[in-house]
Design a protein around this ligand. Sequence first.
Ligand code: HEM
Length: 118
Amino acid sequence: STTLYEQLGGQAKINEIVENFVYEIEYNDTILPYFADSDIERFVAKFSEQLCVFSGGPCEYSGDTMEQVHGGMNITEAHFNLTVDLFINAMNKANVPHRLQNQLINRMTHTRAQMLYL
Ligand code: HEM
């Protein structure tokens, strides 16, 4: 059976989604401030790795835990949901079919409890 990673179109498609996502964040006045002191190159690299792992691709995640990264940011449920919306915009702009979008979102949002109000 093919992995979600393969169905998406592999690393090239993941890179395209992440590039679009960074663009969405840059143009969102509510979410951008969270990234004010961030190394965006590192974010792109680690976030891409994590998407590769979540979709069953041949990668290893070398970033920090979700608690380490997001703990203390005081991320509200509204801001979490807004970030997911931005990610959906990024997938739409990369022409990812909705069936695959739902599968990826489902795997990503398992991290939700690790980052809200920590
Ligand atoms: C589905 C939800 C999310 C996932 C899977 C996720 C995943 C990640 C990953 C993998 C990194 C890179 C970690 C590293 O550098 O070691 C990261 C960094 C970051 N995330 Fe998230 N994230 C999510 C939601 C959010 C939300 C809702 C916010 C804020 C509104 C946020 C703000 C940040 C910021 C500011 C960084 C950079 C941290 C730094 O520069 O040290 N994330 N995230």
